[in-house]
Design a protein around this ligand. Sequence first.
Ligand code: ZN
Length: 257
Amino acid sequence: MTSSPAPYAPDLAPLRRLVSDACRVLAARGLADGILGHVSLRIDERSLLVRCRGPEERGLRHTVPADIRLVDLDGGPAAPGELDGGWQPPNELPLHTEVLRTRADVSAVVHAHPPAVVTADLAGLAIRPIIGAFDIPGTRLAAGGIPVYRRGVLIRNRTLAAEMTAALADRPAVLLRGHGLTSTGGSVQEAVLHAVSIDTIARLSLDVVQAGGTLTDLPEEDLAELPDLGPSFHQGTAWRHELARLSDGGATDAPAL
Ligand SMILES: [Zn+2]
């Protein structure tokens, strides 16, 4: 730190932009309507970048890098100036911090309220591997099982967050009944793409049932035949696509810091 403190830690600018982009991708995909939802990224053992609510809050679709602040595991500023100017961590920050405390393999946490995911769960439809090559990473994710945290509470303290984390166990994502989902990843991109895949399968499941069909798991032999496309395809190419969709959709481009 210099003698005249920066508004916040300046060396984190590229990561603030990444988390900010992730918020806009979630909104553009319809996973986080309005001002709800947030994304976090572990920086070290005691701090994380997280989408905070600022004095000029305009909703997730219009997140800018300046909305992404460095906080500690208890929600305080993790560097001078981080929460100055009226920024506040989300009420559900414990949801992020409890996962980061518990899961050393997780670097990023996404929390969103996708209507299709909530609807499918309330309709009794589990997220299952009903598809194949339509979305290979999504199929694999679903085949491993997506657990459900059965309480529709606002996860605003460590006790509730510990319940949710217990339901998550060692899986990449957990549905929150009557609420939304929490997804995780070794990167921001992976956590967001997990959420997008779960939303896609939820939408398809609802469509199949509405069309009079029944949901059936992909046969084991088809699942075994699906190739592992690898992280460079799934996270690199898929992420570039998500960013490209932002400009296609007319979302406000985030200004530079
Ligand atoms: Zn929530």
